[in-house]
Design a protein around this ligand. Structure first.
Ligand SMILES: [Zn+2]
Length: 86
């Protein structure tokens, strides 16, 4: 039981710094800025795939990566404009 509580506490602490990103609302073609630069030097990515994993395309070099929602939430720094879909 104590272990269970300890787990819950550490779980909450892990997620606290995320704040508003908790209910991250990502849309297709949305551009996001990540905390860490891609090896090519780019910080900005475009969302190209939604699903269990989120597909991102590097704005600078065009390479695509797949991240889980949770991983993306951890790496994301800023959600930029949604693009021309409005
Ligand atoms: Zn890149």
């Amino acid at each position: 039981m104590l272990d269970y509580i300890r787990q819950m506490v550490s779980y909450n602490q892990r997620w606290q710094p995320m704040g508003p990103m908790d209910n991250m609302n990502i849309e297709l073609n949305q551009r996001v800025r990540l905390r860490k630069a891609h090896p090519c030097g780019g910080f900005e990515w475009r969302v190209v795939r939604l699903g269990a994993d989120i597909g991102l395309e590097c704005d600078t070099c065009g390479r695509r990566v797949l991240l889980t929602r949770r991983e993306l939430a951890k790496r994301i720094q800023l959600v930029l404009d949604v693009g021309p879909t409005t």
